[in-house]
Structure formats: C-alpha cells, structure tokens
Design a protein around this ligand. Structure first.
Ligand code: UD1
Ligand code: CA
Length: 461
C-alpha cells in the first residue's frame, strides 16, 4: 500500500451468533471480562485508519450502547437482515472511497495479532490472512494450485473430502483495494431467494478470474486467529488469553503460584515482589503496591492494596482501599467503601461496608461493620455488629481511638463510642458512650449453688 492510500477498516459484527445459544449478542460475550468486539477494536486502534466501520444488525442497539463511551470514532453501519459476510462487506463498502485499501476483520476473532493486521494492511493486492491449524473443522479452506497460488476459499459445508483435509484455513481477515473489491463482491451476490449466503470468501476466485494474484499471509500465531462460534471456542480463547496475561505479568515480576490458575477480567497493576497464590480472580481495576501477598481463592474487584499487606485465603474484596501492612482474612469480605488504614486487621467472617478502620484497629472474628468509622487502635471483639439499618434508613456508628468493644455487642446506630471507652461483652447499646467510660447492658449474673437438673419423667426417681 502506498503511503497515500487511506486505510479503512470494516469490522463484521452483525451475525446472530446462533451457535452460542445465548440471549447476549455474540460480539458482546465476555473474554477476560470484556466484550469480544472490545478486543478487536483495541487491536484496530493500533492501525492508522482513516475510518473504522462496524457492521451491526442483530441486537444492534445493545452492541452500539456497549461502546458509546469509546474514544475511537466508529462508523456504525446497519446491515439490516444479515445475508452473509459478503453482504456485510458490501454494506460497509458503500461508506468507503474506491481509492482506499479496505481491511476486513471479524468481530468474533477477538485475539487477532496487530502484526497480522498490519501485514495485511501493508499489501497492495488482495491479501488473505491464513493459519495452519491441527483441526480445521468449521473454517473456510484455502485451495491452492501446484505452485501454491491461492485459487479459492471453500467453506466447510461445500468442501469435498480432499478439500476438508486441507489444514490451511481462512482467518476471515482480508485486505483489498476498495474499488476492485466492490466489483468482485457484486459479482458474487447469490440469486435472490437462494439458500446460500453471500460469501465474502468468494471474492478470492473472482479476483483470480480477473487476473489478480491473491497473496496469502500466514499468521505466526495460529491460536490467536481462531474464531469464536460456540461456548467451547470461547472457553478455549479465554484460556489462551489468560495464559498470555499470566506470562506477561510474570515477565514484569509478578510471582504466580500457578499461571494456569489466575483469572484477570480487568486491569491488574502491581509493584515489586507481589505474589498471588492459586485461583485468584481479579476484576475491574486492581492495584497492588509492593510486597502484597494474595492467598488462594481470593476475589478482588476494583481494589487498591497497600504495601506489605497480606490477604489470606478465600477473601472477597470489592471497592476497598486497603492500607499498608494490614492483614485481611481468611474468609473476610470487604465491600464498597471499606477503608483499612496502616496495620489494621480484619479476620475471618468479618464483613466491612462503607467503613473506615483506623491504623492498627482490629476486627478479628465474626463481625459486621457498616457505615462506620473506627478509630486507630480500637478493638472490636468477636461478634460485634453495627446495627446500621432501621428498616428504612442507614445510620452511622463512630467508634473512638483505642475503644474496646466486648464480644457479641450490638451497636444500634446512630451511636458514638468515645476514645478509650470500653463496652462490656454481650451489650446492646443505643446511647452514646463518653470517652474513657465503661458501658454495659447485660443482666447481672445469678448463680444458684447445687442446682438439681430436671430429670426425664421416665427416669426412676
Ligand atoms: C467465516 C468465513 C470462514 C472463516 C471463518 C473464520 C465466510 C463465508 N466464512 O465463517 O471462511 O474460516 O469465518 O473465523 O466468510 N457477520 C455479519 N453479517 C452477516 C454474517 C456474519 O456481520 O450477515 C459477521 C458475524 O457477526 C461474525 C463474522 O461476520 O462476526 C463471521 O461470521 P460467521 O457466521 O461466524 O462466519 P463463520 O462461519 O465463522
Ligand atoms: Ca465465526
């Protein structure tokens, strides 16, 4: 392609995705937590395109809405009734100048390498991106002559046994001069009323018939150019994507107990010497400062974890800010708005929501702390509950620095416990407690010596 030839990219995303058997349009199915089409558009963004045309049809309002905030300018094209990949490209070409080079990509080939797209865009004839695969089932096969020149692409269902044995497949990526492509495509339109779809792949034979040589670019990464037609293929791509992410993270210094047992569905940022045990799930935007250790089976969504902190096994954190040198879990749950300051401790079966735990504060066992502010060095005994909800409204609990809350205490909000105050175990408090005071509401213990236990009626007296 000469430097002055503008590049236009057509992304085909109008199909129903029948083989997924899902209500969600195929190009919105998630891969590593993001729609398939988002992965394609990411890669396209690396190319110097004068126009990006996304052909949509099935559930197009949903598809368009999913990309409403994208910084990249997209020209959405309504395919109407989808009559095949050839029809989709025909619709895209109505918006593309004849002098342009057009690069066609499919919305269901999410991990297409940028280098492969660039190689196809760079040509000046018809270029088809191919891949050699061990199992070509379902793909169009590249049929060549004895000299290796591409003659035609034959779809699986129209292929002879000999053609089916060909392991060089069509990835769907094709580049061509726009004006010529329009002509070849028009010649491939099937007769109205026929059962056959309008195939983009037929332009290869049409170009040949026109005396134009078709160039084959073979992908160096065949696993990445495979399509997603059903859930098994989606899962296969998910594994490859996760493996690629894990490899990249390890190269950047992240310690992984097992790179095959990490799932990142968003962005993970980490400092030095962070370690993730097996089966950690990362969602949204997660930031780990230096020396963070995450135990097995933890789920972290939109969290920031401070330097030197350890999150023990099976903890679930969402929308939390965890300071340095804290200890969380095992089996802890931090919900949105949880903030742990330096050295705080949150132990097993403790739930924290919209609450700050000051430096060194502890809630080590079986507690609910919601809509609260807990001062530095305070200790919440096992079973401390902030009763923040009266059935209609949420109320706040304020616990002062170095307060000591005895086990099994219910703090009925709104309530304030002063600095250095003490609450006796088993209390239910609804009034504020002054700094330094002791408050308790439990009944005084009564002891009856030598008390005869009741006996069963049938027992001999
Ligand atoms: C297609 C190719 C096949 C290739 C394979 C690679 C054709 C005829 N076949 O087959 O040679 O090996 O991809 O993955 O091109 N689409 C539309 N409008 C339509 C039909 C499809 O936009 O009318 C979109 C789909 O949403 C999808 C893409 O085009 O993103 C490919 O369509 P699909 O039906 O999945 O084609 P395959 O059978 O995979
Ligand atoms: Ca496909």
């Amino acid at each position: 392609m000469s430097n002055r030839t503008p590049l236009h990219i057509a992304v085909l995303a109008a199909g129903k995705g029948t083989r997924m058997r899902s209500r969600l349009p195929k190009v919105l199915q998630p891969l590593a937590g993001r729609p398939l089409l988002a992965h394609v558009l990411d890669r396209i963004a690396a190319l110097p395109a004068s126009g990006v045309h996304v052909v949509v049809g099935h559930e197009q309002d949903r598809v368009r809405a999913a990309f409403a905030d994208l910084p990249m300018a997209l020209n959405w094209i309504d395919q109407g009734e989808p009559h095949g990949t050839g029809h989709a490209v025909h619709r895209a070409l109505e918006n593309i100048p004849d002098a342009a080079r057009v690069l066609v990509t499919y919305g269901d080939v999410p991990r297409i390498p940028v280098a492969d797209l660039e190689a196809c865009a760079a040509g000046d004839t018809v270029t088809v991106l191919a891949a050699r695969v061990s199992d070509p089932t379902g793909y169009g096969r590249l049929i060549r002559d004895a000299e290796g020149r591409l003659l035609q692409i034959v779809e699986e269902k129209e292929a002879s046994a000999a053609e089916r044995a060909v392991d060089l497949i069509n990835t769907g990526v094709l580049a061509a001069p726009a004006g010529a492509l329009k002509g070849w495509l028009a010649g491939c339109e099937p007769a109205a009323g026929g059962a056959r779809e309008w195939y983009l792949t037929d332009v290869v034979a049409a170009a040949r018939a026109d005396g134009v040589a078709v160039e084959i670019v073979e992908s160096r990464d065949p696993g990445s150019v495979l399509g997603v037609n059903d859930r098994a293929q989606l899962a296969a791509q998910e594994r490859m994507e996760q493996q690629a992410l894990a490899t990249a993270f390890m190269r950047e210094g992240l310690a992984l107990a097992d790179p095959a047992r990490l799932d990142v569905r968003g962005t993970l940022t980490f400092g030095q010497d962070c370690a993730l045990d097996v089966n950690v799930v990362i969602e949204g935007n997660v930031v780990l400062e230096d020396d963070v250790q995450i135990g097995p089976g933890c789920v972290l969504r939109d969290c920031q974890i401070g330097r030197g902190t350890r999150i023990a096994a099976h903890s679930v954190l969402e929308g939390a800010r965890v300071g340095p040198d804290t200890r969380v879990g095992p089996f802890a749950r931090l919900r949105p708005g949880a903030e742990l300051e330096t050295g705080a401790r949150v132990g097993n079966f403790v739930e924290i929501k919209n609450a700050i735990l000051g430096a060194g504060a502890k809630a080590n066992h079986l507690s609910y702390v919601g809509d609260a502010c807990v001062g530095a060095g305070a200790n919440l005994g096992a079973g401390t509950i902030t009763c923040n909800y009266d059935g209609a409204n949420k109320h706040r609990t304020e616990i002062g620095a170095h307060a000591f809350i005895g086990s099994n205490t219910a703090l009925v909000a709104p309530i304030r416990i002063g600095d250095h105050a003490t609450v006796g175990a088993g209390s239910t408090l609804s009034d504020d407690v002054a700094p330094g005071a002791l408050a308790l509401t439990r009944a005084r213990q009564r002891t009856i010596p030598n008390w005869p236990r009741p006996k069963k009626k049938s027992d001999p007296s």
